[in-house]
Design a protein around this ligand. Structure first.
Ligand SMILES: [Zn+2]
Length: 127
């Protein structure tokens, strides 16, 4: 985890790249983790977009996809729900992640560097 850098634009905040501090971040993946300490059911919904994913300096276009399963790896919250938004930077081509975590009755925002890009296993497509 790294310090979340934000640019204040009055009505909105722009997230800055944790590597180069550019605001030219493109989010191309959203993963929602839903779980509770009191309910046995876990759910992960992972949506990957058509934006480009830089790998080794090259951009690779992808088709959008949706996966649903119970895998909790990568959840920014240790025991509750969380959201991860995967991003790539047009300024430096590196990947990072913006995270929202539920923790002890609070909603926490954080940012992390992602190198290299890691494909989370055990994805299952929804028909
Ligand atoms: Zn950057």
């Amino acid at each position: 985890m790294t310090k979340l850098l934000l640019e204040d634009r009055g009505d909105v905040l722009a997230v800055r790249c944790p590597f180069c501090e550019s605001t030219a971040l493109h989010h191309d993946e959203v993963t929602v983790f839903e779980r509770s300490e009191v309910a046995p059911v876990k759910l992960r919904v992972d949506i990957r977009g058509v934006d480009a994913e830089p790998i080794g300096g090259e951009l690779r276009t992808r088709f959008p996809s949706l996966h649903v399963d119970e895998y909790m790896g990568g959840n920014p919250s240790d025991r509750h729900s969380g959201v991860r938004i995967g991003m790539w930077c047009a300024g430096c081509d590196k990947r990072s992640v913006f995270m929202i975590a539920q923790h002890a009755g609070q909603t926490l925002l954080s940012c992390g560097k992602v190198l290299p890009w890691v494909q989370v296993p055990q994805l299952r497509e929804v028909p």
